[in-house]
Design a protein around this ligand. Structure first.
Ligand code: AMP
Length: 404
């Protein structure tokens, strides 16, 4: 899959009025941004547009205010953070549509930037459009957003899987729509590298539930040489093989599906690795009593991490890889006593020398915690979007952009 969409590099920005969708959906506590990763990730495209002579209006959502104005979901705390990162003034408008927003956008001079308030303060941004009336409301909102400029740039990979007013629908009503540099980079790694991987290609899939990642597992089995399954989802697979899983996470309704996946892997010659040992706890608590057990978890106990032999086996498969995709932790890494498996895999990926793609969500938090993030090739900013891309789905926020 080559990148077939126009990007900011295809546009002459001199004198342009740019509206850019960014993903500033950052954690905020008591009016302060707690993690600015997503804001930093948008800076290259923001700088590119401003340095090339455009004025810039930034749109984003933050949290789920459900169409109401709620102070805790305001984008105001992002203004100072962006201003520091850019080393220039950042203006703010307390609405993203309407007379005030349009005239503030018009007044911006080349090189000036303004953040508009949370797009989800309007229910039309992300409303379900089942009736004609709702469709019209959503379209009108997108038309209003389009009045903020004449070029649309989408750099919000994290919401590219949503067909919302500011992520996709706006493209219908603005003359030019192109991808930002972050969007392009995400698609390059999660799309191209996974479609044409250097072999051996090893995927590590973990996290809580098989059901969340079923489509990804099925898509990956067609492409990988090895599939490593850890985390809570591994216990559905172990039970499907006939093991006792005690009180571990297990989706009993997916036992047949797990068997089919294992059969499919077998028939495709994919080596599917499950934990050979586990750290079992007597309750879901960092201070729980622990014991290392094999593939059978004793009654009354729950497996909250993979064990040392599993770390070793997984690490030697990872060491052989040329391409690695990792999504989902190997255990409850948020609790220090159950973080060894995830940290062990993290170290193995960092040491592998392979092209490594960390596919969003909790695995990104784990990699950041390990201090090894600089050793990874690409750390995705999008959880849901990266999963949908890996499943082979179209992303509405990307599809809506102008073709090359
Ligand atoms: P996901 O969002 O599906 O990637 O799941 C991430 C969550 O799965 C994290 O909060 C982990 O604590 C949790 N998790 C990982 N392994 C286990 C396990 N063995 N038992 C219960 N929860 C787990």
């Amino acid at each position: 899959m080559n990148f077939k969409k126009k990007t900011v590099r295809d546009i002459d920005f001199k004198g342009a009025k740019v509206v850019m969708r960014v993903d500033f959906n950052v954690p905020v506590k008591e009016g302060k941004v707690k993690d600015d990763t997503r804001i930093r990730a948008a800076v290259p495209t923001i700088k590119y547009v401003l340095d090339n002579g455009a004025s810039l209006v930034l749109l984003s959502h933050l949290g789920r205010p459900d169409g109401e104005i709620k102070a805790e979901f305001s984008l105001k705390p992002t203004v100072g953070v962006l201003s520091n990162l850019l080393g220039r003034e950042v203006k703010f408008c307390d609405d993203c549509v309407g007379e005030k927003a349009v005239s503030a956008a018009k007044a911006l001079k080349a090189g000036e930037v303004m953040i508009c308030e949370n797009t989800r303060f309007h229910k039309e941004e992300d409303m379900k459009t089942k009736t004609d009336e709702d469709k019209e409301k959503a379209a009108n909102f997108a038309k209003e957003l389009a009045k903020l400029g004449n070029v649309f740039v989408n750099d919000a990979f994290g919401t590219a899987h949503r067909s919302h007013g500011s992520t996709a629908k706006i493209c219908k009503y603005i003359p030019i729509s192109v991808a930002g540099l972050l969007m392009e980079k995400e698609i390059k790694y999660l799309g191209d590298a996974v479609a044409n991987p250097a072999k051996p290609f090893v995927a590590i899939i973990g996290g809580a539930k098989v059901s969340d990642k079923l489509a990804v597992l099925k898509a990956l089995i067609e492409k990988v040489d090895s599939l490593i399954i850890g985390g809570g989802m591994a216990y559905t697979f172990l039970k499907a093989q006939g093991h006792n899983v005690g009180n571990s996470l297990c989706e009993n309704e997916l036992l047949d599906t797990a068997r089919e996946i294992m059969k499919e892997a077998d028939s495709k010659g994919v080596s599917l690795l499950l934990p050979v040992d586990n750290i079992a706890a007597d309750k879901f608590d960092n201070g729980a009593r622990r014991q290392t057990v094999g593939q059978d978890i004793p009654d009354g106990w729950m497996a909250l991490d993979i064990g040392p032999k599993s770390i070793q086996e997984f690490s030697s498969a990872i060491a052989k890889a040329k391409t690695i995709l990792w999504n989902g932790p190997m255990g409850c890494f948020e609790m220090p006593n159950f973080a060894n498996g995830t940290m062990g895999v993290c170290k193995a990926v960092a040491d592998s020398g392979a092209l490594s793609i960390i596919g969003g969500g909790d695995s990104v938090a784990a990699v950041n915690r390990s201090g090894l993030s600089a050793k990874m090739t690409h750390i995705s900013t999008g959880g849901g979007a990266s999963l949908e891309l890996l499943e082979g789905k179209q992303l509405p926020g990307l599809t809506a952009l102008n073709d090359l």
